[in-house]
Each structure stands twice: as C-alpha cells, then as structure tokens.
Design a protein around this ligand. Structure first.
Ligand code: SIN
Length: 309
C-alpha cells in the first residue's frame, strides 16, 4: 500500500516510482516461457504453437494471461479458422457490438484501416474496456496482425488492478461500494460530431440498449483469480449511481487519468503474425490514430464474460 504523507504530491511520486508494488515477474512454466513486457504488465509467450497447444500448455497460457493481463505470441501465421479454434478454447464467443465477422468465419472480425482512409474517430482510439455498456461485457479479446504500419499503430494497455492497489486506503474504501454507469452514448455522439456517422451496431435495438447502458461495480473481482481491479474508462463510464454529474465527473476523470499513467502501462509495437490477447476485466487499452498513409490489417475475436461482480 502506498504511504501518503501530508504536504507531498503523492500522485507525482506514484508516477515517478512504482516503489516496489509492481510484480509482473514471470512464473516458471513447464510448457511455455513468459517474458514480461513492462514493469507493470504484459508478457510475450514463447514455446506455444497456438494451432496445436496441449491442454497443459493452454492452462499455463491462461495462468499467464490472468497474471500479466495481456500476452502475445509472435509468428502466428494462422488461418481465420485456426484463430477461431484457438479462441474457442478460452470460452464461448461473445458478439462484438460493432464489428462483423469475415465471410464463413463470423467469430473472426476484421479491424482494418486502409492507407487512404482518414478518420478522426478510429475504432478503439480512446482508453476503454471492450463493450462495457453490455450487461455481460466480454472477458477476453484477441487480436491477430496481418499487415502493420512501419511505425505507429502501437496498442497500449493499462493495468487496472495495479492502479487500484496504488490508490490510498481511504480512496479504495470510498470506491468499493460504488456502481459505475457504462453507456455508448458519448462514444456515438463523438463519432457523429467528428465524422458525421457512428460505428454501426448490429441493430437499432442493440444501439438503444448500448445507449441505455448498464451499471457495474466500479471495483470488480476477477472470477478466476479473485484479483480486484478498477472498472472505469474514458469512453463508456458516464456516471456513478447515486451521484450528481458534477460529483461523478471529476472522480471518473481522476480514475481514468490514474489508471492510464505511464507507470501502469505496456505498449506493443506490432509486427505481422502476432496474436495478442488481453483480459478486459483487468485492463484498459487504446489504439492510437497515428498511421495515416499506411495500411493496418487485424482480426479479432471476443470471448464472453459474465455479470460483473
Ligand atoms: C480495439 O480492440 O480496441 C482495437 C485495438 C487495436 O486496433 O489495436
């Protein structure tokens, strides 16, 4: 627990130094090797052929995902069917609110920006956890790279469990009973303002439900690990139950700034044939809109989660 001293700028101290609270060290596994990506989170996994992973290696990969929050393998030159089959080993598929599947493999959804595309509202370019407005938001997302820009297009993740642990005991106690309202309304409004159109939803009802949103525990508990983490982001979090807008807004802004400070993040420079997975229950992510003129071709799958507890 961080020590908070009267008269010091504690946030700045947290930013400068993790002060011994980070533990992204690798566990010794029998079938795979985990190579931590940053002090806070993330790990490269080697020794895992995702097309024929033994059950024992899969169990280790799962342990590595819960521990590191985001993991990736290189050299995954796989078909859409292999991507689907690997993903299916992690749980049931969820329907992503926005993306449509590729022909014949609906579970695999393209995330492609063409070299000539110009947009001010790129998919995933704000700090978010996937489809948090749903009553049962997705647990895990996977993303496979086919073509990447020579520079730019990195994805960054932020560790929401570490961020919670680094809050003062007083702040943690205040947040513990709160419910955060997650809605797609502001995201839709931003896209309309910037681009004149919003990302398409599967149906009008799906869009109405996404705008109505859901209230989730602001501090959630991981269903497998039991680890507690902050569940709040800058794209969907729009209020706190029982609070006025002018009470909740500064708190939500503070929490997103806190979670996404540099010390709690890891950043991936993509190369073709990477397969990345992240646990939406434990981290936020952001894909910057910084590679105009270059093509980026990715494919994602989404694994279902349960009611947030
Ligand atoms: C997303 O799932 O938000 C997109 C991530 C990315 O394109 O890097």
């Amino acid at each position: 627990m961080p020590q908070f001293r009267k008269g010091t700028n504690d946030m700045r101290e947290v930013r400068i130094s993790p002060t011994g609270h980070f533990d992204n060290a690798a566990r010794p596994y029998a079938h795979i090797i985990a190579l931590p990506l940053s002090a806070a989170m993330g790990a490269e996994i080697t020794g895992a052929d995702v097309t024929r992973l033994s059950d024992a290696a899969l169990a280790e990969m799962q342990d590595a995902l819960w521990r590191h929050k985001m993991i990736y393998v290189r050299g995954a030159r796989i078909t859409h069917e292999q991507h689907r089959d690997f993903s299916a080993r992690w749980g049931d598929f969820a329907t992503d609110a926005y993306t449509q599947g590729v022909p014949g493999v609906p579970e695999v959804q393209p995330v492609i920006k063409e070299a000539e595309t110009r947009t001010r509202a790129l998919f995933g370019s704000g700090w978010h956890t996937d489809s948090a407005f749903l009553p049962t938001p997705p647990a895990i997302s996977t993303l496979r790279s086919v073509e990447v820009p020579p520079f730019g297009g990195d994805t960054t993740w932020a560790d929401c469990a570490l961020a919670l642990r680094m809050l003062s005991p007083a702040m943690q106690a205040m947040l513990a009973p709160l419910k955060v309202r997650m809605s797609a309304e502001a995201n839709i409004a931003t896209s309309l303002r910037l681009e004149g159109k919003a990302l398409p939803f599967a149906s009008e009802q799906a869009q109405a439900d996404a705008i109505a949103g859901t209230a989730h525990p602001l501090v959630r508990t991981h269903p497998v690990k039991g680890e507690k983490s902050l569940y709040v982001d800058e794209v969907y979090a729009c209020g706190i139950d029982g609070m006025t807008e002018s009470e909740s807004r500064p708190l939500l802004d503070f929490l997103t700034r806190h979670i996404t400070q540099h010390a709690f993040t890891c950043r991936l420079r993509w190369e073709p044939d990477m397969l990345v997975m992240w646990d939406n229950r434990l981290c936020l992510h952001l894909a910057p809109n910084d590679y105009d003129g270059y093509r980026r071709e990715m494919y994602r799958t989404t694994i279902a989660g349960g009611v947030v507890e």
